[in-house]
Design a protein around this ligand. Structure first.
Ligand SMILES: [Mg+2]
Length: 424
């Protein structure tokens, strides 16, 4: 059998690159994307990095750079990023036998036994994603996922590689040299905590780590890191996980932009989370037996009275119907509501998930359930077609006071008709 060969495609400054696709005027501009509520910097374009802006910098610290036009800030436009991510994954999926989306902007591929020159294949993937989607990436390959990650880091760091690196094409002595240039904390699976423990023992680079005895790594750091160690030495331990295991529960929650004392605001937040959770439920072809709802005050605020409410509704027959789930969740909110508290966060959890196809039809409810499924299909297809939120339940739009402040949001170019760029 041919030796395994993994590839990895990872976007450069993904959120910032998404913002650039429809704004060619920003090609060489420093761009930052801000976290929820426009709090702090979460993504920087290369130009923003060159200005010395660090991830996690609070937005007010860069106010002067923004005012003088040196930095262009954006609110997080997750709808845009998720859509571009899907396009990127589908494009890559068309070029290789199997892919494993690993995060919003990167995926592993199994390219074992693919004909032709590997570096050429990596270059094709890179230029296809750039041409079709407009997102710059780095693409790497190696016999293990951990080495593919390492090679990707090198491709990102060294301009001369033009964004691609097949680790296996390097001579052994260049591999050794390359590993000696990578700080140990850049190795995939080695977090800050472990890297500082390693550094205390004088292990500073990927090379030094790879040369530790495996038994010592296992004894001090456990089997997970032993696997990382083996992978770094060329022994593949982590397979491509093509299909994510179905979720056992679906949780959606978020803090409000501002605390609220109004029940209608909390109900609207719960209904919005529920609509999204139920949509995910249906894409997984599951149905839920339990809907759990919670809302709470800010536990870190010493000056306001505290309240944490939690309750659940249980269904006799599992359901994936947004309307049924919403009305059950609303009764929970009503039952648990107490006036006078400043509610800061709300969320829902769908649990007791069952395979929707395996639920026995029930003679007395069959007709209702078929109608409900048809209605949900319509709801999902309208929202797919016209953008998330095109068709929503009444309760979720009763109030948007809980929504994040995203004053610097770009248009949803690819998912809302009214936001489609116009060419004049
Ligand atoms: Mg990335």
């Amino acid at each position: 059998m041919a030796r395994k060969l993994f590839a990895l495609c990872d976007a450069n400054s993904f959120y910032a690159s998404c913002e650039r696709i429809f704004r060619p005027d920003l090609t060489r501009k420093a761009i930052v994307v801000l976290s929820n509520n426009d709090g702090c910097v979460v993504t920087r374009s290369a130009e923003a990095k060159a200005l010395g802006i660090k991830n996690g910098t609070p937005a007010f610290r860069i106010a002067d750079l923004v005012k003088s036009g040196k930095v262009i800030p954006f609110s997080s436009n997750y709808e845009l990023y998720a859509d571009i991510s899907g396009r990127m994954m589908r494009t890559i999926g068309g070029l290789v036998p199997a892919i494993e989306p690993y995060s919003i902007d990167e995926c592993f591929m199994d390219i074992t036994g693919m004909p032709g020159d590997t570096t050429e294949l990596l270059t094709t993937i890179r230029s296809r994603v750039l041409q079709w989607i407009g997102i710059p990436t780095c693409v790497s390959s190696a016999r293990t996922k951990t080495l593919a990650k390492l090679a990707n880091h090198l491709a990102k760091t060294y301009k001369g590689l033009h964004g691609v690196l097949d680790w296996e094409s390097l001579e052994a002595k260049r591999q050794v040299r390359a590993m000696s240039l990578v700080p140990v904390e850049e190795v995939w699976g080695i977090g800050r905590r472990i890297s500082s423990r390693l550094e205390e023992q004088g292990v500073r680079t990927a090379l030094e780590f790879s040369r530790l005895p495996a038994s010592l790594v296992r004894k001090q750091f456990g089997v997970t890191l032993e696997r990382t160690h083996a992978e770094l030495n060329g022994e593949s331990c982590l397979a491509l996980e093509v299909e994510a295991p179905p979720k056992q529960q679906i949780l959606r929650s978020r803090s409000f932009a501002k605390p609220t004392k109004e029940r209608a605001v909390v109900e609207a937040a719960v209904a919005t989370h529920l609509a999204e959770a139920a949509r995910i439920l249906r894409t997984q072809k599951m149905a839920a037996t339990v809907v759990e709802v919670f809302f709470q005050t800010n536990p870190f605020s010493a000056r306001t009275p505290q309240y944490f409410a939690q309750g659940a509704a249980i269904f006799g027959r599992p359901t994936a119907d947004t309307l049924k789930l919403t009305s059950a969740a609303e009764s929970v909110v009503r039952a648990k509501w107490r006036d006078g508290f400043e509610i800061r966060k709300a969320g829902v959890m769908l649990a007791g998930l069952e395979d929707a196809d395996r639920i026995e039809p029930d003679l007395f409810t069959k007709e209702d359930e078929e109608k409900s499924r048809a209605l949900m299909r319509t709801l999902d297809s309208v929202n797919r077609r016209y953008g998330k939120g095109a068709l929503v339940t009444g309760s979720s739009i009763a109030s948007d006071k809980w929504q994040m402040s995203r004053g610097l949001l770009s248009p949803c170019y690819t998912t809302r008709w009214e936001d489609i760029p116009k060419v004049s």
